[in-house]
Write a protein that binds this ligand. Structure first.
Ligand SMILES: Nc1ncnc2c1ncn2[C@@H]1O[C@H](COP(=O)(O)OP(=O)(O)OP(=O)(O)O)[C@@H](O)[C@H]1O
Length: 298
C-alpha cells in the first residue's frame, strides 16, 4: 500500500509574509491496492503540496512516503503515473507521438508504447485528433492528452491532481471508466477534485484536508456515520400547530409540512405527526459528501 505519514511542509516567506506559510501540518493517510482515494479540500488546503511530495517533486520538512513497506525512491516513482497541477505537454508535438514518447520515457519499447497510446486515445475520444499538434487542441482535449500521458505506461500507482477539471461529461465518464478498470486491476488511485458528487460516486475512500491537516477520512459510509443524522418527516394537511414544542424546523409547501430535526425522540415525533395528519415520509436523510465536507472544514 501507499503510506503517507506525518508530512510537514513550510514554505519560506517573502517580504509580505516573512514568517512563511505552513502548507502541511502532519498529513497522514494510506491508499491500498485497488482503492480509489478522493482527496478533497478548499483551495490552498494542501492537496497539491502533498501530491508533489508523493511524487518527489518537493521534499517534505518531516514525514515520509512509502510504497509496499519501503521508502519511495526514484525507481519506484518511475512506475507511478502522475498528472501534475502544472500540466506539462510539448505544445508542438503531435498527440499520438507525444503519448508514445512519454511511454518510451517510462521504459516501454516502441511497439508497446504505440499500442498503449492508440488504445488510450481511443478510450479518451482522441483518435481523430491523433495527428494534431497539442497546441491546436481545446483545453479539455489537452487535458485528455495529459491523462493519456499519465496512464500510458500502465502505472503501478496513479496520482492525479484534479484530473476531471475542465472535462465535458462524456470525457468524465470515459476517464472514470478507465480509472475504475485500473483500480480493479489492483492499482491504488489518488485524485484530487472539487467535484464532490463525482468523488462520492467514484471513490472507495475520501480524505478531507483543511489548512494542511486531514480533518476527516474513511469511506463515505464511515464519514456519514459520524455525521449527525437529520430526521425528515413529511405530513400532509396537518392540524395547525401540530409541531409546537417539537425540536427542529418546519417548512410548509402547499398542504405539505416538512419537519427537519437532528434532536428529539423519533417515536414521539412520529406519534405527533400521525395524530396531526397523513404521514407521507418518515426517515433519516443521508448527508451528501458536500454537506460532510462543509461540516468538516467549518
Ligand atoms: N511554492 C510555494 N511557495 C509558497 N507557498 C506555497 C507554494 N506552493 C504552495 N504554497 C502554499 O501552500 C498552501 C497549500 O497549497 P496547495 O497548492 O497544496 O493547495 P491545494 O489544496 O492544492 O489548493 P487548490 O485546491 O487551490 O489547488 C497554500 O497556502 C499555498 O499558497
Amino acid at each position: 500500500m501507499l503510506e503517507i505519514s506525518e508530512l510537514r511542509k513550510r514554505f519560506a516567506g517573502g517580504p509580505d509574509a516573512p514568517e512563511g506559510k505552513v502548507a502541511l501540518d502532519g498529513i497522514s493517510f494510506v491508499v491500498r491496492p485497488g482503492e480509489m482515494f478522493g482527496f478533497v479540500g478548499a483551495n490552498g488546503a494542501g492537496k497539491t503540496t502533498t501530491m508533489r511530495i508523493v511524487m518527489g517533486v518537493l521534499q517534505p520538512d518531516a514525514g515520509s512516503v512509502s510504497w509496499q513497506g519501503r521508502p519511495l525512491e526514484y525507481t519506484e516513482r518511475r512506475r507511478f503515473g502522475y498528472m501534475p497541477e502544472e500540466r506539462g505537454l510539448y505544445q508542438k508535438m503531435r498527440v499520438a507521438e507525444q503519448v508514445e514518447y512519454f511511454g518510451r520515457l517510462h521504459g516501454m519499447d516502441a511497439a508497446a508504447a504505440r499500442a498503449a497510446a492508440g488504445d488510450l486515445l481511443e478510450r479518451l475520444g482522441l483518435t481523430e485528433r491523433r495527428g494534431d499538434a497539442v497546441e491546436a487542441l481545446s483545453l479539455g482535449n489537452q487535458q485528455r492528452v495529459q491523462l493519456a500521458v499519465a496512464l500510458v505506461h500502465d502505472p503501478e500507482v496513479l496520482v492525479l491532481d484534479e484530473p476531471f477539471s475542465g472535462l465535458d461529461p462524456i470525457a468524465v465518464d470515459a476517464l472514470a471508466t478507465v480509472l475504475q478498470e485500473r483500480c480493479r486491476g489492483g492499482v491504488p488511485v489518488i485524485f484530487s477534485s472539487h467535484q464532490l458528487e463525482l468523488v462520492e460516486r467514484l471513490c472507495d475512500s475520501v480524505g478531507i484536508v483543511s489548512a494542511g491537516r486531514m480533518v476527516a477520512s474513511g469511506t463515505v459510509g464511515d464519514l456519514r456515520a459520524v455525521e449527525s443524522r437529520t430526521l425528515r418527516v413529511v405530513v400532509r394537511d396537518p392540524a395547525p400547530g401540530w409541531a409546537d414544542g417539537l425540536p427542529g424546523t418546519v417548512t410548509v409547501t402547499g398542504d405539505r409540512h416538512v419537519l427537519l430535526t437532528t434532536d428529539g425522540d423519533g417515536q414521539e415525533i412520529l406519534r405527533r405527526a400521525m395524530k396531526a395528519g397523513q404521514v407521507e415520509h418518515f426517515g433519516t436523510d443521508q448527508p451528501t459528501l458536500t454537506e460532510i465536507f462543509k461540516e468538516a472544514v467549518a
